[in-house]
Design a protein. Structure first.
Length: 114
C-alpha cells in the first residue's frame, strides 16, 4: 500500500509539474507575442518562444507541443497543448488511475485600452 501511495505522489506530482510548465509556456509566449505588429508576427513570435523554451527550461518534448495564437484589437490569446502520453513520469502510473495525458493551458494578455 505504501508503494502505491508513493507512486501516486510521484505520478501526480510530476503531472502537476508538467501542467505548470505548459502554463508557464503559454503565459510567457503570450507576453512575447505582444511585440508583434500584426497577427502573423504575433503567431510567429509566440511559436518561436515556445519552440525555444520547450527544449531548454521546461523538460517538454517540443515535437509534442501545439501552439495556437489568436488576437484581435483587444487581446492576444495563446493556447499551448502538450501530449504527455509517452512521458516517463506518466508511464510510472501502472495500475494507478492516470491524470489526463493532454495538458492544455491558455493565457490572455490585453493590448492597451486599460
Amino acid at each position: 500500500m505504501l508503494v502505491l501511495l508513493l507512486a501516486g505522489m510521484v505520478v501526480y506530482g510530476g503531472w502537476f509539474w508538467l501542467a505548470q510548465s505548459v502554463q508557464s509556456l503559454a503565459t510567457e509566449s503570450a507576453r512575447a507575442a505582444l511585440g508583434g505588429m500584426d497577427d502573423a508576427e504575433r503567431r510567429e513570435l509566440a511559436a518561436a518562444f515556445v519552440a525555444r523554451e520547450a527544449t531548454t527550461g521546461s523538460g517538454l518534448d517540443p515535437a509534442l507541443v501545439t501552439t495556437t495564437v489568436t488576437s484581435d484589437a483587444e487581446a492576444v490569446r495563446v493556447r499551448v497543448a502538450y501530449d504527455a502520453h509517452a512521458h516517463p513520469i506518466l508511464q510510472l502510473a501502472g495500475p494507478l488511475p492516470k491524470p489526463p495525458t493532454l495538458i492544455e493551458r491558455t493565457a490572455v494578455v490585453r493590448i492597451g485600452g486599460y
